[in-house]
Design a protein. Structure first.
Length: 321
């Protein structure tokens, strides 16, 4: 029994020594933590771990408080809320109130208002489905004669000239895969073909181009313009042949108006295939029922007649010069 008591006492002594060691480590860590906190508190005037520059101490009442610019219109006026100060350390944060800004800062450059829309509610407080439109009155324009002895007023509507902005445009792509090309002697394969008599045919309009009732109509190799005006015309032909020079002309009523020529030096022999695209474009004045077509400059050159490689089109940019 005495030996058993001795062993138990020895175990208790070891346990007490272990507790003392843990306590000593805890006290050491506590001292180190206190030292670190003292250093941080001395190096930073704010809360531990945060610093700020001199710019953060800048304070401007004109900037912080709400204000209203008397020179700006209501649509362009903005305001800011007062800055808030963080309670933990006093660091200044900008809290800006989000406001909707106008798309165009220069209100006077915005287009004129053609109509105002008022949505009126019924007796049950629900909005009616049909808004009331109030058309603005026409603007009176004063016209002075050249002699300076008289003048008169003319009513100018804001809707004047709307018909001049009606889009007139068309685009046509090459179509060598149709029944009109396959089986003919001038069609080879893979959209490669030459054009008899030097006239480019087998065009097809883009999907968005009206076929017969539009302002620009395709009639075999010709396009007919039904609306006069100033047009921008463009055309591209993709050549695939062994010739050093290839090109085409654009004709309006059998009169050449544009020309495109591509020249490639033959470095691999006379039979070496050359691949070149020839693009041209420019402004042209067209009258009603003018017809336009494309023709080769010389010989029957092989082309890649596919809509992404060979195409032409036009669009009106003005009714009058």
């Amino acid at each position: 029994e005495v030996e058993q008591l001795r062993s138990e006492v020895a175990m208790l002594i070891k346990y007490v020594d272990t507790l003392k060691a843990k306590l000593n480590r805890t006290e050491s860590l506590t001292k180190k933590f206190d030292e670190v906190m003292k250093k941080l508190s001395k190096s930073s005037p704010t809360a531990a771990g945060s610093t700020y520059d001199e710019e953060d101490e800048y304070y401007d009442e004109a900037y912080d408080y709400d204000y209203e610019d008397v020179k700006a219109t209501n649509a362009n006026s903005t305001s800011r809320e007062k800055r808030s100060v963080d309670e933990h350390g006093g660091r200044i944060h900008n809290v800006l109130h989000m406001r909707t800004l106008p798309v165009n800062k220069h209100a006077q450059e915005n287009p004129p208002v053609l109509a105002k829309i008022f949505i009126v509610g019924d007796e049950q407080g629900e909005q009616s489905r049909r808004p009331n439109f109030v058309k603005l009155q026409t603007k009176e324009e004063e016209i002075y004669h050249g002699n300076g002895h008289g003048h008169h007023h003319r009513s100018k509507s804001l809707e004047d000239g709307c018909d001049q902005h009606t889009p007139v445009l068309a685009h046509f792509g090459a179509d060598s895969g149709g029944s009109a090309s396959i089986g003919l002697p001038h069609y080879e394969a893979n959209h490669r073909m030459f054009h008899p008599e030097g006239v480019f045919r087998n065009w097809t309009p883009a999907a968005w181009v009206p076929h017969r009732d539009g302002q620009i109509v395709l009639d075999e190799e010709n396009i007919i313009v039904k609306e006069p005006g100033i047009y921008f015309f463009y055309a591209q032909i993709f050549y695939a042949n062994s010739h050093d020079r290839s090109g085409f002309r654009v004709f309006v009523n059998h009169r050449p108006v544009f020309q495109c020529t591509t020249t490639t030096r033959n470095c691999h022999g006379s039979n070496h295939m050359k691949w070149n695209s020839c693009f041209t474009g420019g402004l042209i004045k067209l009258s009603k029922y003018d017809n336009i077509n494309l023709r080769e400059i010389e010989g029957d050159r092989y082309t890649v007649f596919e809509k992404t490689k060979s195409f032409f089109g036009l669009f009106r940019v003005a009714v009058k010069p």
